[in-house]
Design a binder for this molecule. Structure first.
Ligand SMILES: Nc1nc2c(ncn2[C@@H]2O[C@H](COP(=O)(O)OP(=O)(O)OP(=O)(O)O)[C@@H](O)[C@H]2O)c(=O)[nH]1
Ligand SMILES: [Mg+2]
Length: 181
């Protein structure tokens, strides 16, 4: 059996904890507390990490780590990213600041995990049906890092498994390239 540490990065309220909880079918350790950040109306927020073991249909096991989104916990991101085999960047597609948030996480990737296979998920698109994924692709192109960008409702296990599937393919092809270097 293969194990992969997968880290979920992304802004506050994007759905990182929801993703971990949904795919783990509730069997998760979380560190969510009452939210006092007035910038977002949300009952709970993560202060350290979410964690769950997830068995994939193909027999692989994920060690899934969700990060805290609030900028004051930025110091934890590189710690949680240590040893990551893959990364999901989750962006709240309904937020007016989605593009700015995306830049924050692309900067974090460039600083702490430039080589780690990564997939971008855009959540909450049902709340903004006319939103386009083009600005996200555009920013990735500018930075020369054309990552896959997929819509992702963090409450839907099938959509999460689809994103994990894409990520596993990225990890596998990176391993193949590495082997032939
Ligand atoms: N309508 C809608 N709601 C979503 C979607 N994805 C996630 N959510 C909801 O958005 C909220 C996200 O909250 P969390 O999962 O706590 O967000 P988080 O990223 O862990 O936030 P922090 O820990 O504060 O950084 C939850 O209420 C989810 O049910 C989506 O695609 N559509
Ligand atoms: Mg959270």
């Amino acid at each position: 059996m293969r194990e992969h540490k997968i880290v979920v990065l992304g802004s506050m309220g994007a759905g990182k904890s929801t993703l971990v909880r949904t795919v783990a079918n509730g069997r998760v350790v979380d560190t969510d507390v009452h939210n006092t950040d007035a910038s977002l109306t949300k009952a709970l927020t993560t202060v350290a990490m979410d964690y769950a073991d997830v068995d994939l249909p193909n027999g692989d096991r994920l060690r899934l780590v969700g990060t805290p989104g609030q900028a004051r916990f930025e110091f934890i991101w590189p710690i949680l990213l240590t040893g990551a085999a893959g990364i999901v960047v989750l962006v709240d597609g309904a937020s007016d600041q989605a593009a700015a948030h995306f830049d924050t996480y692309l900067d974090a990737l460039a600083a702490h995990a430039p080589q780690v296979p990564t997939v971008v998920g855009i959540s909450r698109l049902d709340l903004k049906p006319d939103a386009s994924l083009d600005p996200f692709h555009g920013r990735l192109e500018q930075r020369g890092r054309p990552l896959p960008v997929l819509p992702l409702d963090a409450r839907e296990v099938d959509q999460i498994l689809m994103v994990m599937d894409v990520l596993m393919s990225e990890i596998e092809s990176t391993e193949l390239v590495g082997r032939h270097d």
